[in-house]
Design a protein. Sequence first.
Length: 385
Amino acid sequence: MKVFYLLNGFSNGGAELGLVTLVENGFFEGTDLMICGLVRDEGWVQRRLAKELGADRVINLFEGKAVDGVRMLHAMPRIFKILAEFKPDLMILSLPQANIVGRLVALCYPKLSVASFEHCEVYRRSIAKYLLRLTAGRVNAVLYDHPGTWAAISKLYGRLPQGSNFEVPLTMLRCRDSVPEWPASGVKILTTGRLSPVKNQANLIRAFWLVLDLGYDVSLDIAGEGPLRQELEDLVQLLGVSDRIRFLGFVRNCQPLRRSCDIYVQTSFNEGLCIAVLEAMAEGMLVVSTNVGGMRRYGIDGQNMVKIYGTDPEHIAEALVRVLKQPERNRQIRERALGTVQERFSVQAVHQLWSVARSGLGIPCRHSRSHHALSGHHVVRERRL
């Protein structure tokens, strides 16, 4: 079976890193897979995928980071050419621009199966929602990273055939055996993610300043790159907290960083599954998060995380102070977080969901021999964690 996977680009975001997880852990096992990004972006994800699949199976149409309307139009004839040469059985479309371009192209290929992969609960641009709703009839199946994502986005699809939407988590985790001890002083706070408006790091920095002003001994590490870095660094200087906040840039392996910190904070305005939160829970960190995206479903305030019921600095600071004032409650919350990850996002639990989705998409059974293996094509092999 030939699969063509089209996405916006090879940035270091959750959807892109999630694709790496799918490829490296066997979701596409037994297929001849080609991945195409509309733009290259940072390129690290592309290099990692190319290592797994071969450079000829991971391509980008344009250099740069932005996917604008002009590039979307120019991308269409290039995708027509790829489809004509590669002749896929299934096309998977990830993120809004790739979804729009891919669906429009697919109108000329009525026999090609099309699956949309949804990662976000909210599309901010009205034109994107309109075009996605208009072209929904060309979609044969929908993949989503979490039930909350599908519940929020399903209205864009109208009536899909029964059994044509599938949960495909983009992470599988092994938990620490036990939670680490809580520090007597000097609590370390961590946040990771693209430095962009939707992640709301500016209000986190303002909230951190409020917490410091109350006399708490805390520090903040911010891992990630993005368009707001200079603006955020200027804000840190303006507030006079540069000795307490570090900008670490993009960190490829965050596990050592998570293990060196105590609290993980996610202050986003919206999210999908939010892999970063789950990874923090699996490391025994105390998660403090806005009540958005997947956290609405797998996160319970006071049980396995602490919720922020607002996105302004005052609400974020209030949630952090709740944690810092009652350290005796933190261990129980972190232990329950480990249990949540073990139950719902372990290797076994995720592979079960993947198996259902693979079957629904018509991907051959695991460990079966594909005719592509006999014809010289690069066939994806499984690489377990």
